[in-house]
Design a protein around this ligand. Sequence first.
Ligand SMILES: C[S@@+](CC[C@H](N)C(=O)[O-])C[C@H]1O[C@@H](n2cnc3c(N)ncnc32)[C@H](O)[C@@H]1O
Length: 189
Amino acid sequence: MILKRKVKLVDQVHLALEEKVHAGDTVLDATVGNGKDTIKLADLVGDKGRVYGFDIQNLAIEQTRLILEKNNLLHRVKLFRSCHSIFDFHLSESIRGNLKAVVFNLGFLPGSDKDIITQKKSTLKALNLSYQWLMQCGVLSILCYRGHHGGNEETDAIREMIENEKWSSREFEGVKSKNSPLLFIVVKH
Ligand SMILES: C[S@@+](CC[C@H](N)C(=O)[O-])C[C@H]1O[C@@H](n2cnc3c(N)ncnc32)[C@H](O)[C@@H]1O
C-alpha cells in the first residue's frame, strides 16, 4: 500500500526514528551525507547509545564530524569512510542482531559531485546485511530518489527485494510525479 502524506519524506523518516529509537540504542546511518540523519540519531540515542555512520566520500565524513563536534554530539558517533555494503567488516560482531535502526538516504550528496551516487548492487547488499544486523522490531528506513541516473532502477530493485524477502514494509510517496522520491519503512519481525 502506498501512503501519501503532506509531511516531507525526510521528516517522515525522523518521525519513524523518534518512535523507535531511544536512549541507549545502537543504530547505523548507512549514508551520512550532510549529517542530518546522523545528528538526529545521535540526539535520540543519548550518551549511552552509539551511532555508526558510513559514507564513501571524505567530504561527507569530515563535514559531519565538524557539525557533530559543534553540537557536542561527536562522542556518540563513530564515522567510517567506507562503502556501506561492507559495514560488517568494520563493526564488532557483538552488534549483529542489536541494531535498533538503520537509515539509508540514497542518491548523491547535495551540493557535491552528482556522479557519486549509490549503486543498485551495493545498495541491495547493504540492505540485506542491515536486515540481518537489525534486532527484532528494529526499523530499516530507505529513502529513494528516482530523478537521477539509475535512481528508478535502484528503487524498483529495492521494492522487488522487499517483496521477495517478505519484509514487513510501508511505502510513502513524495509529491505525485513519475520521479517523486519514495520511502520504505521496513520493520523486522
Ligand atoms: C542523499 S546523500 C545522504 C544524505 C544524508 N543522509 C543527510 O542527512 O544529509 C547520499 C550519500 O550517500 C553516499 N554514498 C553513495 N554511495 C555510498 C556507498 N556505497 N556507501 C556509503 N555511502 C554512499 C554519498 O556519498 C552521499 O553522501
